[in-house]
Design a binder for this molecule. Structure first.
Ligand code: 5GP
Ligand code: ZN
Length: 114
């Protein structure tokens, strides 16, 4: 989608530190990390948020979480635990309207989140 920063990252129009990529999913490092490991797992198909999840196929959706699990294993995030977050809408602080899952690891996380 035009003017979407994550579509530009997917199309390699904007550089990013990619840690995983397949036909359906890309995972890259967040520009402004909030933890020692802070990745963004993003479907290559543009949908605005989880509210449009019906526009992803089951295969596309499963691919995101398989990619997260594989990457978490690769980076050893599962040893101590890690957090997956998807902000949806203004009150939650969503600032990029292309569905993405924050993958945060290598520190202790409090609950409830702020
Ligand atoms: P949200 O605020 O929508 O939950 O998360 C958007 C995330 O995208 C933020 O954590 C922000 O740091 C990250 N971000 C925004 N623009 C870029 C960019 O151009 N490159 C990368 N790697 N991350 C970005
Ligand atoms: Zn997009």
């Amino acid at each position: 989608m035009k003017d979407c920063v994550f579509c530009k990252i997917i199309n390699k129009e904007i550089a990013s530190e990619i840690v995983y990529e397949d036909n359906y999913t890309i995972i890259f490092k967040d520009l402004n990390p909030k933890a020692p490991v802070h990745l963004l797992a993003v479907p290559k198909k543009h949908i605005d948020s989880v509210m449009d999840i019906k526009n992803l196929s089951a295969e596309e959706f499963l691919a995101i979480f398989k990619a997260i699990a594989d990457t978490a294993k690769e980076l050893n995030l599962d040893a101590d635990g890690f957090r997956i977050v998807t902000n949806t809408g203004l009150a939650a602080g969503q600032s990029v309207n292309h569905l993405h899952f924050h993958v945060l690891g290598k520190r202790i996380f409090s609950w409830p989140p702020g």
